[in-house]
Design a protein around this ligand. Sequence first.
Ligand code: ATP
Length: 256
Amino acid sequence: APSNVTMGSESVKVVARCRPLDDREKTLCCKMVLSMDVHRCQCFIEKPGAQDEPPKQFTFDGTYYINQTTEQLYNEIAYPLIEGVTEGYNGTIFAYGQTGSGKSFTMQGVSEPATQKGVIPRAFEHIFESIQCAENTKFLVRASYLEIYNEEVRDLLGSNTKQKHELKEHPERGVYVPDLTMLTVHSVGECERIMEQGWKNRAVACTLMNKDSSRSHSIFTIRLEICNTGKYAIIYTKTLTKPCLICVILILLCCS
Ligand SMILES: Nc1ncnc2c1ncn2[C@@H]1O[C@H](COP(=O)(O)OP(=O)(O)OP(=O)(O)O)[C@@H](O)[C@H]1O
């Protein structure tokens, strides 16, 4: 877990995002039943047709309503986590919700308007900015992209994306996928191309709630190896013997 300095007191933060009604819901004259007090981080859910009943109330570490952007969400929630990754802490951002709720919109995002660019491309920019500013440090950035579809693991960056991959467990490294393609990336542009390539290889089909549903769980991983080449080891590498190499993992995933 990241340090308290970079992440505040909680090592796990849970935020809720509400998307606007889509065209289908507007055509069906659906009514918004969710409201938020974003300053208090509270959500209120009304039961349709039962205005007398008090709404159900839930409190999160952050709440994002229909008028709020991925830029705001990134700056408040993801930024400290990615900052932690560049300092040597592992981090995970996990988007969870029913089909059509906005997971891909938040993680992958759209290019227009720029404020709705996704968490994954923002994380690339952030990491490469940190790399450019770092002194006496060498970085190796690698990326992998897999999906779990019908309980099968598929390598979205591999030559055969339909091939089923095994899941293994290592006593120290934990759960991993042998032979998963891991591409070295040198720039934000390269990362974006990799994301695009993997995105096109995902299993997609429409659901009643989302005409472009991904129908799978996908995991985009950025693996950062940091090597301190300076005279003094920076704090997080102090317990490691030379070469001061640490490997941190940022996992960005979308799950239905
Ligand atoms: N905050 C938002 N503002 C505007 N439109 C949004 C927002 N969130 C989602 N949408 C729109 O809602 C639709 C469904 O979103 P998205 O495809 O991201 O859902 P999903 O949770 O990834 O679904 P699935 O699990 O089926 O893949 C898309 O057309 C998307 O553009």
